[in-house]
Design a protein. Sequence first.
Length: 223
Amino acid sequence: MPRLSPITALLALALATPASAASFPCTKAGTPTEKAICADAAVSALDERLAKGFKDAVQRLGANTDGAVQAALKADQKAWLAERNACGADAACLRGQYERRVAVLGFKPDPGAPSPADPFVGRFDHGGFLEVAALRLRDGTLAVNIFGAEPTAGRWICGFEGIGRPGADGALVVGTPDADGNGVVLQRTAGGVRIADSDANRAASGNWCGMNGSFLFDYARMK
């Protein structure tokens, strides 16, 4: 079998890499933005990371529900795609857009748009069996999911989701906290967040965790 010269081999690799790295077939790229993504190896790799990040975020925020969180996340992604497409073929603009979006989908604050809600952005764990996941949306609100199960025999399962907004007292108000269990208030701690034992939080915990279940704990920020 004839061997390729080093220059020919490098050229073949350079031509093949973008087509294989993007999250879509580069042979079908039709818009200036799609062509620019495929033409730049760094942007192409970011596109693949973003596709995986969005899939993971959907799973983390409750893939088996059709509630407000899933709808908000999908609408948020659609709005971001429109902003990305506004870059046209500008590779630097595309890189900036992708880097910010990859951070957001990784449950980190948007580095290009600080928000008062940023301290609540992230994934937080209690005991390895309960997790609070909060992802920043473009309007400054957070998509929040609380999920977990009793760790020894799964006797109860917690599953709550809602849209969070910063409160006047520095807390994060998710949904509509009331006696019917329609919302939760999260507070900041030195190492993460707390769902305190208040009337509204107790009602939500009882409503969404089942008999004897609870999510009224402190949660440590996950690395």
